[in-house]
Design a protein around this ligand. Sequence first.
Ligand code: 13P
Ligand code: SF4
Length: 319
Amino acid sequence: MEGNSLKNEILRLKKEKDAVILAHNYQIPEVQDVADFVGDSLGLSQQAAKTNAKIIIFCGVHFMAETASIICPDKKILIPDTEAGCSLSDTINAEQLRKWKEENPNAVVVGYVNTTADVKAMCDYCCTSSNAVKVVNSISADRTVLFLPDMFLGAYVAEVTKRKNMLIWPGECHVHAGIRPDIVNDMLNTHKRTEFLIHPECGCTTSMMYYFGDNNGKDNENSHNVKFFSTEGMMKHVKNSNENKFVIATEIGILYRMQKENPKKKFIPISENAICKYMKMITLDKVLRSLTDMIYEVKVHKSTAAKAKLAIERMLTIN
Ligand code: 13P
Ligand code: SF4
């Protein structure tokens, strides 16, 4: 099946089976177009909890589908391809975290949402890129914080919070780590009066903080118009900003939604190579297979889900 007939068959089956399709901001355009909701990892889980549908086709990567299963255990969560993993969540497993906690018995553990359910279950707090600073600031200043697994996001949080007692796991995402300072500096020179929106997982984050200054990039003589946002934060910012042109430093899939929702504005990717191969594993054919054969279910074990849910709920009470 091809093109429109594939799309129509997905829409028909979705109705027949009372399913909803949730797609991450990095999904390919065709998948975004059949989705009921497109958003960031946390937003998708919140949508999963809100929907009355019993079946959710989760078009994103595995840890995101697990988070949806943790938040709404009564729903059937299907991922169209089980190979859709995440290089960042792969950098730490439960055994490694157990050892790290043993070495730092009084520390508070803050785990980024890009972690497996087993790892989340061992964290005190979960966080996303949009609330990591708030979560860390909510922890008593005299407690050591173990922050995992992204070292660039961790360095960003440590810099903004000025916290010295924060230990950071040396993990990185292969896509965002590749957005290095030299790439961003070249783009800053080429696009001088353009706003730069940077995801704090990027490899350039620490050096870009220098341009950022202490007041959103406005009080530093070396300032460029550089701002740090999560994917959904970027979406909100470009919609509300008076600017018309932006350089976007994150996975390029987000540009499709940005352009679609803001047709008069111009978006320039920081690098055409910022592509997450895992996100791109989800295709319309696989979405159709998911709907037809009800595969592949992602189900987090009850006891793991209960512990992981606590870390997520603690985060939500801070927001
Ligand atoms: P969001 O939490 O912003 O959806 O991002 C997840 C991610 O994988 C970023 O690379
Ligand atoms: Fe994971 Fe990076 Fe892909 Fe996001 S872009 S899902 S962090 S590998």
